[in-house]
Design a protein around this ligand. Structure first.
Ligand SMILES: Nc1nc2c(ncn2[C@@H]2O[C@H](COP(=O)(O)OP(=O)(O)O)[C@@H](O)[C@H]2O)c(=O)[nH]1
Ligand SMILES: [Mg+2]
Length: 407
């Protein structure tokens, strides 16, 4: 009887699920015949969008006028303008067809010898966008608000050199990748406790579980201090050994750390093993491997302010394990030398601070992290200001030396 009831409930559930899927498929295949319906549905309904492929077509140059040597107008460019507070979803809402085109240049004719220049298509995009062409070659980055980038060049107008036939504007498919802005980026292998820390320290509600890849999109949390200062922290998931060869989710999310001011590397004192088929890595190994993955993604990341968090110090034997590696962690330059070439980074990351904590159920430890990251951010801000101040002073002094002397 019970079995029968269970059977009915499960078939009903399957039936409803199928109905829902069919409805989604119908809805999205009728709007766009060749589209991938389910993927589109997920894309439009997921909260997070950090990459997008679109097509741009710049304007073709206008025809020249051979009889009078008239030149056609240049075709318009497609140009991105970085805009604060905008998301890729806003972009998609405005351009659902994902096609951008600029105007053609005007033709030259007897009453207007120089053809009119085609109007540029200026398009607002979120600040923090990197643009690649369809072969993944970098076209440019827009990291400053109001900065501009031409992503499709308009064709030259028709003139003597091209037989008075305007050249075609660039027409290509490009990829937009968004880098999030957060003050702090959490970097670590799965299961280290990044989501647990983020949840305990901030207002974020990430998924937590003892299996890899529970977080498949970056989560951002905001930490609020007693004086109401706010600092944001992003959990960048999915990094595993070999990510640089696109294993797992590759470096998909690592690009977000490029825009953070402080890297927070989180490792499990007990080490890490993705699954029984993979090699076990000790805590020290994971630090070296993270160092290597960061370097392989972008060497400059190693120069960012960084802090190391050794997590799960509440587990059995954690303290002994920590004491064993403490010295090696503090002298990472020497430590990496003993690693084989495929693991060894060419440069050791320099930690501004190493903290051992338990992210789970230890509010005091979490508070310690919270106050330390604030201190580190402040110190680095001050250092940067000092550098700017010093270089300004240098320039002023040089000017004074070379400048005109008043008599
Ligand atoms: N014992 C112990 N377990 C922890 C601690 N922090 C996280 N965990 C557990 O480790 C597992 C993975 O944590 P999670 O935060 O999802 O790791 P993430 O993959 O790095 O985001 C979960 O089962 C957590 O409950 C800790 O300080 N001590
Ligand atoms: Mg997680």
């Amino acid at each position: 009887m019970l079995h029968c009831k269970y059977y009915t409930i499960s078939t009903m559930f399957c039936f409803h699920k199928n109905l829902l899927l069919q409805r989604i498929v119908r809805q999205y295949s009728s709007s766009k015949k060749d589209a991938k319906p389910i993927r589109n549905y997920l894309k439009q309904n997921s909260k997070f969008l950090d990459s997008l492929r679109i097509h741009v077509k710049a304007g073709t140059g206008g025809f020249g006028f051979p009889r009078y040597g008239g030149e056609g107008g240049k075709g318009g460019d497609v140009c991105f303008v970085a805009t604060e507070g905008m998301t890729l979803k806003d972009f998609l809402k405005k351009y659902p067809l994902k096609k951008l085109r600029a105007e053609m240049g005007g033709n030259s004719h007897s009453r207007r010898i120089l053809g009119q220049i085609g109007e540029d298509k200026k398009v607002n995009v979120p600040t923090g966008i990197t643009v690649y062409d369809d072969k993944n070659v970098l076209i440019g980055e827009l990291n400053e608000p109001d900065s501009e980038l031409i992503v499709g060049k308009g064709g030259v107008g028709g003139n003597k050199t091209n037989g008075y036939c305007g050249l075609k504007g660039e027409s290509k498919s490009i990829k937009l990748e968004l880098k999030l802005i957060a003050d702090i980026g959490l970097v670590g292998f799965p299961n280290a406790g990044k989501s647990t820390l983020l949840k305990a320290i901030s207002n974020a509600k990430p998924k937590i579980a003892s299996y890899p890849f529970t977080t498949i999109r970056p989560n951002i949390g905001v930490m609020t201090y007693d004086d109401l200062r706010q600092i944001s922290m992003a959990d960048l998931p999915g990094l595993i050994e070999g990510a640089h060869c696109n294993i797992g989710m590759g470096h998909r999310f690592l690009r977000h750390v490029e825009r953070t001011k402080l890297l927070l590397l989180v490792v499990d004192i007990n080490g890490f093993q993705l699954n029984p088929k993979h090699q076990f890595r000790s805590c020290l190994d994971t630090v070296v491997l993270l160092n290597k993955e960061l370097e392989l993604y972008k060497e400059e990341l190693l120069d960012k302010p960084a802090m190391l968090i050794i997590n799960k110090m509440d587990t059995e034997g954690a303290n002994e394990k920590y004491l064993e590696i403490k010295n090696q962690l503090e002298h990472l330059d020497d430590t990496i030398m003993s690693y084989s070439d495929e693991i060894k980074p060419s440069k050791a990351i320099k930690f501004d601070k190493i903290l051992k904590i338990s992210a789970k159920d230890q509010p005091d430890d979490v508070q310690r992290v919270k106050s330390t990251v604030r201190e580190l951010l402040d110190i680095n801000e001050e250092l940067n200001n000092n550098i700017e101040y010093k270089s300004l002073k240098n320039i002023k002094e040089q000017l004074r030396e070379r400048g005109p002397v008043l008599i």
